[in-house]
Design a protein around this ligand. Structure first.
Ligand code: MLT
Length: 322
């Protein structure tokens, strides 16, 4: 089978795919390169950081299987995929564990000034009495988007003795019950903003969530709170966040995802000392990527076997939450 891998995945998975299939790697490629290299491919594997447009997929008339090696599906033309009935398989579970832990890494780093402490000490400054900070224990953790990842973050928060509030796009009794089993109380978006000491964002990027965190929603946050974005850059209006932080209304923010991502891009937020910026590494834990690699191999093998037996391979599978 001919497979295009459009993003870097676990190296061992690539090596094993190469043993069994014809594999083309095109990491970080633009549209024209992808159009050229996808020709003749039956399967495509991709992550964030690449745009899988209808024009790209049109260049692969035999394309039958697309593997999203992770969660987000904001960078693929879903209407086209559905229209052509190409099977799309997401692999959201392994990365969710890594993103949830990263949310805690960022909350702790913000609350205890870990990055500032490190920077000052490297300059010879022993700022023991300046660098105080806050506990997470006993604080209110607000999850915006209590889906697959958000629920994991909430569960960790509950284990940390935090009061955990979570909001979802479609609040139902079933959602409230599901969240309650993870120690999360279903709340409105307004309550999450108003009451939380730490707000961690985990919604997918789509029309209704673009700039969900804007000047108005930032103004409704509890003064002195911290904001953590591990969802997508377009969910937070960074200019509004910059303004809010400059006015001192929030204590700090951590962003793993950005409005502008990629080599050489420097966020204006980098000017501010109470901001932590990381390069979209939330799901990047080796353990998670290894697990994703294993699932890719199983899925490709199963697809190839079913195709060989002329069975219809898979059902359309898209779970619309991160
Ligand atoms: C995801 O959506 O799974 C993450 O953004 C990780 C990635 O694919 O780069």
């Amino acid at each position: 089978m001919k497979i295009l891998i459009a993003s870097s995945i676990y190296p061992d998975a690539i090596a094993q795919l190469k043993e069994r299939h014809e594999v083309i790697c095109a990491f970080g490629a633009g549209e024209e390169e992808l159009k050229a290299r996808i020709t003749g491919c039956e399967a495509l594997i991709f992550r964030s950081g690449v745009q899988i447009t209808a024009d790209v997929m049109r260049c692969a008339p035999d394309l039958r299987l697309i593997l999203r090696a992770g969660s987000g599906i904001d960078n693929i033309d879903l209407d086209y995929v559905q229209g052509r009935q190409i099977t799309l398989v997401r692999i959201p579970g392994p990365g969710a564990k890594a993103v949830a832990e990263m949310s805690f890494a960022l909350m702790l780093a913000l609350a205890r000034n870990v990055l500032t402490a490190d920077r000052l000490l490297r300059q010879g400054r022993w700022a023991k009495h300046e660098l105080t900070g806050y506990l997470l224990t006993g604080k209110v953790l607000g999850i915006v988007g209590a889906g697959n990842i958000g629920t994991r973050v909430g569960r960790l928060g509950a284990a940390w003795d935090m009061e955990v509030l979570g909001c979802v796009e479609h609040p139902t009794a079933e959602a409230a019950g599901r969240l309650a089993t993870s120690g999360i109380r279903l709340a409105t978006f307004a309550e999450v903003l108003a009451r939380s000491d730490f707000v961690s964002i985990h919604v997918p990027l789509k029309g209704s969530t673009r700039y969900l965190i804007n000047a108005q929603s930032l103004a409704r946050m509890k003064p002195g709170a911290f904001l953590i974005n591990l969802a997508r850059g377009g969910v937070v209006n960074e200019a509004a966040l910059y303004q809010t932080l400059c006015e001192g209304r929030l204590a700090g923010a951590a962003l793993d995802v950005h409005e502008q991502e990629g080599e050489g891009k420097i966020s204006p937020l980098a000017e501010l000392p109470n901001v932590i910026l990381t390069p979209h590494i939330g799901a990047g834990a080796i353990d998670s990527q290894r697990e994703i690699g294993e699932i890719i191999l199983e899925t490709i093998d199963s697809f190839a076997a079913k195709r060989a037996n002329k069975e219809l391979a898979f059902d359309w599978e898209v779970v619309p939450t991160l």
